[in-house]
Design a protein around this ligand. Structure first.
Ligand code: SF4
Ligand code: MG
Length: 328
């Protein structure tokens, strides 16, 4: 709810008017049980910072993180531990996130052993069950990460995340390091597990092909803000925000019959250290008006649960004004 994260700049790179990096700016969304919400955007848009804020690996500058109505941002250590069981992360690079000195069985049962002691027999039974869940044979438990393929390692990363039976799994670029064929296997595995266990996923990705495959809803971020949020179906059928449109137009098309959008994405992503005034997308936007340089567009509900922040495509209705008057 209204999550904001500003990182202070180190004094060495302080300049006159800039003292913070605006990594995340007033971001609100919810994820329900059994739902996959994807956050998509170019690198540096604040996606990973959101993951860190949810996991409380970083403290928000403002805003709240609520799980079943409880604000976890204010919790002290012990209370937080209990809540943290319910949220697990799967990382991009399974190799660097798995301890190379532990075997697969130890790796995937470790989260449980942080909370309770397991006998040798219990650990083996749990490891076998978790391996089965992610489509691997029990024999794998004696192997080390270096003896496994990238796809197998990511299955281990998922098994590890499942160990505590979380309500929410946050997957940050979880398939980006994998071959395309292996990506599909892992995405299908995640979807099967969701069906079986009702887990919610917050799935962070820069890859629209992956997002289209797995998302129920999609939040598009640009320089720290959500600029469009809609059901996956609606978003891929019709992008409303010019940035969403450009992102989709820039992505490789699995469906060659689909019509390309007219907007193309030009120019570099501006830095979150000095984001452009008004709508941060205005330097790259072909529809930009004078007003876009000055006013930050609010997120406006478009019906069907879609929200869009754009002065042109989603003009905010001013109460009492005649329709169409505000933006001819
Ligand atoms: Fe483009 Fe203006 Fe809409 Fe921003 S608010 S996306 S600059 S038209
Ligand atoms: Mg990232």
């Amino acid at each position: 709810e209204s999550l904001t994260k500003h990182f202070p700049l180190s004094p060495g790179i302080l300049s006159k008017n800039i003292s913070v990096v605006r990594a995340v700016e007033d971001v609100s969304f919810s994820v329900s049980a059994g739902e996959t919400l994807c956050i998509v955007g170019e690198s540096g848009c604040g996606k990973s910072t959101i993951a860190r804020l949810l996991m409380r690996l970083a403290e928000p500058t403002a805003g709240r993180v609520l799980i079943d109505g409880t604000d976890i941002a204010g919790l002290k250590r012990n209370a937080l531990r209990a809540w943290r069981r319910r949220m697990q992360m799967v990382f991009q690079d399974p190799y660097s996130s798995l301890n190379p000195r532990l075997n697969a069985g130890q790796i995937i049962t470790e989260p449980v052993e942080n909370f309770e002691r397991l006998s040798h027999k219990q650990r083996k039974a749990l490891a076998a069950e978790l391996l089965r869940k992610v489509g691997m044979l029990p024999q794998v438990m004696d192997r080390f990460p270096s003896e496994l393929s990238g796809g197998q390692r990511q299955r281990l990363g998922i098994a590890r995340a499942l160990a505590l039976q979380p309500s929410l799994i946050i997957a940050d670029e979880a398939v980006s390091a994998l071959d395309v064929s292996v990506q599909a296997q892992i995405l299908n595995l995640l979807m099967d597990l969701q069906q079986e266990m009702g887990i919610a996923y917050l799935f962070i990705s820069h890859d629209l092909g992956v997002v289209e495959h797995i998302a129920h809803r999609v939040a598009v971020m640009y320089l720290g803000r959500i600029v469009e949020l809609a059901s996956s179906e609606a978003l891929f059928a019709e992008a409303v925000h010019p940035y969403t449109e450009a992102l989709i137009a820039a992505a490789p098309l699995p469906d060659p019959t689909r019509v390309r959008a007219s907007v193309t994405l030009e120019g570099e992503v501006p830095s979150p250290v000095k984001p452009p005034s008004g709508c941060a997308f205005h330097p790259r936007c072909p529809l930009a008006l004078e007003r876009c340089r000055v006013e930050v567009p609010p997120l406006v509900p478009m019906g069907d649960g879609r929200v869009v922040a754009c002065h042109v495509r989603a003009p905010a209705r001013v109460l009492g004004s005649a329709p169409g008057n505000a933006n001819p």
